[in-house]
Design a protein around this ligand. Structure first.
Ligand SMILES: [Zn+2]
Length: 457
């Protein structure tokens, strides 16, 4: 066999492999776009008609409302979350054509999108988001994740989304450093439906903001925003059986009375030094606490969960329950141990049978931080990016569209097809897949007929 012949075979193998990789990459892209389309059409059929029906106060109407809002929404769905990145994609003729072929919508100029974002009252998109989530709940998509077969777990927490060196708008919160430097920022209080499978779906959002008529000279804060957020949740989801999950800032009479009034249950982190008389009584009665232990083993860990609970502990003339879980995780093969304790106050009466799901339900609060805020800040959605440097209104509208886009992607990413593509054998991450999606959208100049054949075959 000559060297030339071997080189030829080698080249052919390399070309074949490259072709196969290209085909696999395109196939992956096709699967992802199919899933996104399927989520929008089957799970959220009111989304695009909802965009169409939003009030349109523009004089010049080069693009439809649906095209403009979908343009911003897809900036987040494609995880191209800056107007620059979006504009680069829009300038790519093949990408724009493929986008049109898939969604029958044009990609508008980002300035046209921004104008609508500035003009549209933020409550419009917030209401549309609530309608979409109501539909998902009616379709029983979260039913199997309910606590005790009844309560939807709703985690509440605030997060910072923007910081500015100079005043951005009249609603900015302000902070003065020790050196006297003032910074301006925005926080939002979120209520997210969380599940053990890792969903974190925005139910309602309340911006923590300074408004003259609201608080005289005092700044708004998370606790005040919670009162407004709770009213919003009740208005949008009046009959939803809810169990509120919240951190150590929330065990107080305001929270308890809001939950009582709305007929919501709660599981709230209880820190030492908080609710003094309640904690004192817990201290006195600890020896009488009932308990239950659970042992869980995996390939790499051995976990012992030691639950203790007490009922009928009075605080401000109402009875509550106390629950503690001490978790000891032993990591194999080193046998190193990690011990953590989680303590909650709840209005759910505890028994040896329900203490495990209730305490474990309390720990799902973490999902709002991890699957919620962290994903939206660091995994492609750029929650802290300054989408509008001048308009508070636009900032809120981009925020709502980001929430809807993240909801769509969560369903797509948890679909059976995408879970198969990211399983342990494939070594592909969601980030890898989204790169393939963008390559698929940008580099394959399908004709209409080829596209139809590819999408159906
Ligand atoms: Zn501002």
């Amino acid at each position: 066999m000559t060297t030339k012949y071997i080189a030829c075979i080698f080249c052919a193998i390399v070309t074949l492999r490259e072709q196969r990789e290209k085909t696999t990459s395109a196939e992956n892209g096709r699967i992802i776009i199919s899933q996104i389309k399927s989520v929008i059409s089957k799970r959220l059929p009111d989304l695009l008609p909802g965009f169409k029906s939003l009030k349109d106060s523009r004089n010049r109407k080069e693009y439809s409302m649906e095209e403009l809002l979908a343009g911003a929404l897809f900036m987040f769905i494609f995880k191209q979350a800056s107007r620059n990145a979006y504009n680069n994609k829009r300038g790519d003729i093949i990408f724009a054509k493929n986008y049109y072929r898939h969604f029958r919508l044009r990609l508008p100029h980002p300035d046209a999108i921004d104008q609508v974002m500035r003009d549209l009252p933020p409550e419009f998109l917030e209401e549309l988001k609530a309608q979409l989530v109501s539909h998902l709940i009616e379709k029983k998509l979260f039913r199997k994740f309910r606590l005790l077969g009844k309560y939807y777990l709703v985690a509440v927490d605030a997060t910072g989304i923007q910081t500015f060196k100079a005043r951005h708008c009249e609603h900015c919160l302000t902070k003065t450093s020790k050196n006297g430097v003032v910074s301006y920022f925005h926080y939002v209080l979120e209520a997210k439906l969380v599940t053990s499978s890792g969903h974190a779906i925005s139910l309602a959002s309340e911006f923590i903001e300074n408004l003259e008529h609201r608080d005289f000279d005092k700044q708004d804060c998370e606790q005040k925003a919670f009162v407004r957020l709770a009213a919003k949740i009740k208005r949008h989801f009046p009959r939803l059986p809810i169990c509120v999950l919240a951190d150590g800032l929330y065990p107080n009479e305001t929270t308890f009375s809001i939950c009582r009034k709305n007929d919501w249950r709660f599981i709230i982190t209880l820190k030492e030094g908080c609710l003094k008389t309640f904690n004192e009584e817990v201290g006195l009665l600890k020896a009488t606490a009932k308990g239950r232990s659970v042992y869980r083993a995996s390939k790499t860990t051995r976990t012992l969960l030691d639950y203790k609970f007490m009922n009928d502990i009075q605080y401000n003339k109402h009875d509550y329950s106390w629950v503690s879980c001490i978790e000891t995780v032993t990591h194999l093969p080193e046998m190193t141990k990690k011990v953590q304790q989680f303590v909650y106050i709840t209005d759910l009466p505890l028994t040896p049978d329900n203490v495990v799901p209730i305490a474990d339900g309390g720990r799902l609060r973490w999902k709002i931080e991890n699957e919620g805020f962290n994903t939206q800040k660091n995994l492609g959605y750029e929650l802290e990016h300054k989408f509008s440097r001048v308009s508070y209104n636009a900032m809120q509208n981009y925020y709502q569209l980001l929430q809807i886009a993240h909801m769509i992607n969560q369903f797509a990413e948890k679909s059976r097809d995408l879970v198969l593509l990211t399983n342990a054998h494939s070594k592909q991450t969601i980030k890898d897949l989204w790169e393939k999606l963008l390559t698929f959208m940008a580099s394959i100049p399908y004709t209409e007929a080829q596209l139809q054949e590819f999408m159906t075959g």
